[in-house]
Design a binder for this molecule. Structure first.
Ligand SMILES: *Cc1c(COP(=O)(O)O)cnc(C)c1O
Length: 418
C-alpha cells in the first residue's frame, strides 16, 4: 500500500501532483511519500508490539539522512554494513545502542569506529573477523558485543543475486561450524557474546522461509544454551518482499503471526532488519521522455533516467511498473524503455507493453524507494538526481541534484600535467 495515486488522470504523491514536482525540481527525480513510510514502519511496530523487539532499518536500502531521521524519530534502529552507514546513522540521530553491524569485510578502522560509538553489536560473519574484532577491541581496552551470523541454508526462493543464506554464499557461518565458533567467541577475552543473527535474502514473498530458518536457529540456540552460551538478542534479518508486479508478499503482521508463537516463553529481544519493505514502495523515480526511436527490430522510449540512477533492472533484471504521470487515452505499445547511458544493459524495461508516451512526457518508475538512489552512481559523468520528500501538501528537497562541479570536486591534477 502506498500513497502514489491518480486523481482525475494525474499521478499524485500524497496531495501533490507529481508533474508539478518534476517541473520544479527537474528530472530524473526521486520522490518519497512520508505517509507511506510511516505506514510501513508502523506495520512492523504494531505487528511485533507484543514481543520485545527492535526494528533496525537496513540503511543500504536508502541512506538519505531525512529518511534515517524519520526512522530515528519513530524509535527505530539501524542495520549497517559499513563505516559510512554508521556515520549516516549517527548523524541522523539513530541511537548507537540500536545499531547492529553486518558485512563480511569490516576493516580495522570501521571496527574501531563502531567500538568507539558503542553500537549494540557486531554481526560477525567469519572466524577471522571474530579474531580481528577481539584484537582491535583489546587494543582500545573495550569489550565488543557480538552476534554470529548463521547461514541456515534455507532457500528463500528469490533472485539468485539477492539470496544470501545458502551454503555456497560468502555470508555468515554454516550452522554445522557455528557451535565451534561460539565456543571460540566465549573464550576470546575482548568479546561479549550476546546474540545470534541470520539474513537469508531479499524480496522474499512467502512466510515459510522465515519460519524454517527461525526453527533451525532455535534448535541451535538450545544447543548453545546447553553449552552455557546464553543468547539475548535474536536477529532475524530483513528480506520481506514488496509487490513490484503481481507478487503478493506477506505483510509484517503475517510474519509476526507465524514467528512470535515460536518465540513465546523465551526471553529474547527480537531484532528485525527490514529495508525494502519499509522504503521500497514509498519512493518513485520520475523520468522525462527524451526521444521515441524506431529501431530495426524494436521500438525504444529513451528517457532521462539511466542505469546510474536506477540499476535494479540492469543488475537484477528487476521489474518496475512504469506509469504515465498524466493518464489519458493511450494506445498500447510494446517497446524497450532505455536510458541515455552507453551500455546495452541500460534499460528500465525490455519488451514491455505500455501505454504510448510522447516526447516530453513524464513516466513514474514505481517501487523505486529501496536500492534506488542508494545504488546510484556517476557513470557517464552524470550528476546524481535530487530527492524530494512529500508530506501531505508539502514537499521538501532532501537532497540537491549534483552539479557538474560536484563530479570533479575531489580530483587532483599532478604537477607534471599542469
Ligand atoms: C540487505 C540486508 C537487509 C535488508 O534486506 P531487505 O530485503 O531490504 O529487507 C537486512 N539485513 C542484512 C544483513 C542485509 O544485508
Amino acid at each position: 500500500m502506498h500513497f502514489f495515486k491518480y486523481r482525475s488522470g494525474e499521478l499524485y504523491a500524497e496531495e501533490v501532483p507529481v508533474k508539478k514536482l518534476a517541473v520544479k525540481y527537474g528530472t530524473p527525480l526521486y520522490i518519497y511519500s512520508y505517509k507511506t513510510l510511516l505506514r510501513h514502519f508502523r506495520a512492523y511496530a504494531d505487528a511485533f508490539n507484543d514481543y520485545p523487539h527492535l526494528i533496525c532499518f537496513a540503511i543500504k536500502s536508502n541512506s538519505n539522512t531525512s529518511i534515517l531521521r524519520f526512522i530515528a524519530k519513530n524509535g527505530g534502529g539501524a542495520d549497517i554494513v559499513s563505516g559510512g552507514e554508521l556515520h549516516a546513522a549517527l548523524k541522523a540521530g539513530i541511537k548507537p545502542e540500536k545499531i547492529v553491524y553486518a558485512g563480511v569485510g569490516k576493516t580495522e578502522d570501521e571496527i574501531n569506529f563502531a567500538l568507539k560509538s558503542k553500537i549494540l553489536m557486531f554481526n560477525v560473519e567469519s572466524e577471522a573477523e571474530l579474531r580481528e574484532i577481539n584484537r582491535v577491541a583489546g587494543k582500545v581496552k573495550k569489550k565488543a558485543s557480538v552476534a554470529l551470523r548463521i547461514n541456515p541454508d534455507i532457500d528463500p526462493e528469490t533472485h539468485p543475486y539477492i539470496t544470501t543464506g545458502l551454503r555456497k554464499h560468502k555470508f555468515g557461518i554454516s550452522i554445522e561450524k557455528a557451535l565451534e565458533h561460539y565456543r571460540l567467541a566465549s573464550r576470546l577475552e575482548n568479546i561479549n557474546v550476546i546474540g545470534i543473527h541470520k539474513h537469508i535474502g531479499s524480496q522474499i514473498t512467502k512466510v515459510s522461509p522465515f519460519v524454517e530458518a527461525l526453527k533451525k536457529l532455535l534448535v541451535f540456540v538450545d544447543k548453545l544454551s546447553i553449552q552455557g552460551v546464553e543468547i539475548k538478542y535474536l536477529d532475524i534479518g530483513g528480506g520481506l518482499g514488496i509487490p513490484y508486479k503481481d507478487e503478493e508478499p506477506p505483510v509484517p503482521k503475517d510474519l509476526a503471526k507465524h514467528l512470535i508463537p515460536l518465540l513465546k516463553d523465551r526471553n529474547f529481544t527480537l531484532i528485525i532488519e527490514p529495508g525494502r519493505s519499509i522504503v521500497g514502495n514509498a519512493g518513485i523515480l520520475v523520468t522525462k521522455t527524451l526521444y521515441l526511436k524506431k529501431g530495426e527490430e524494436k521500438d525504444f522510449i529513451i528517457v532521462d533516467a539511466g542505469m546510474n540512477d536506477l540499476v535494479r533492472p540492469s543488475f537484477y533484471g528487476a521489474y518496475h511498473n512504469l506509469l504515465p504521470v498524466v493518464r489519458k487515452k493511450r494506445q498500447a505499445v510494446k517497446c524497450d524503455v532505455v536510458g541515455p547511458i552507453c551500455e546495452s544493459s541500460d534499460f528500465l524495461a525490455t519488451d514491455r507493453v505500455i501505454n504510448k508516451i510522447n516526447q516530453g512526457e513524464y513516466i513514474a518508475v514505481m517501487g523505486a524507494g529501496a536500492y534506488g538512489f542508494s545504488m546510484s552512481s556517476n557513470y557517464n559523468s552524470r550528476p546524481r538526481s535530487a530527492e524530494v520528500l512529500v508530506k501531505g501538501r508539502e514537499h521538501f528537497l532532501i537532497r540537491k541534484r549534483e552539479t557538474y562541479n560536484d563530479l570533479t570536486r575531489n580530483e587532483r591534477i599532478p604537477a607534471f600535467l599542469k
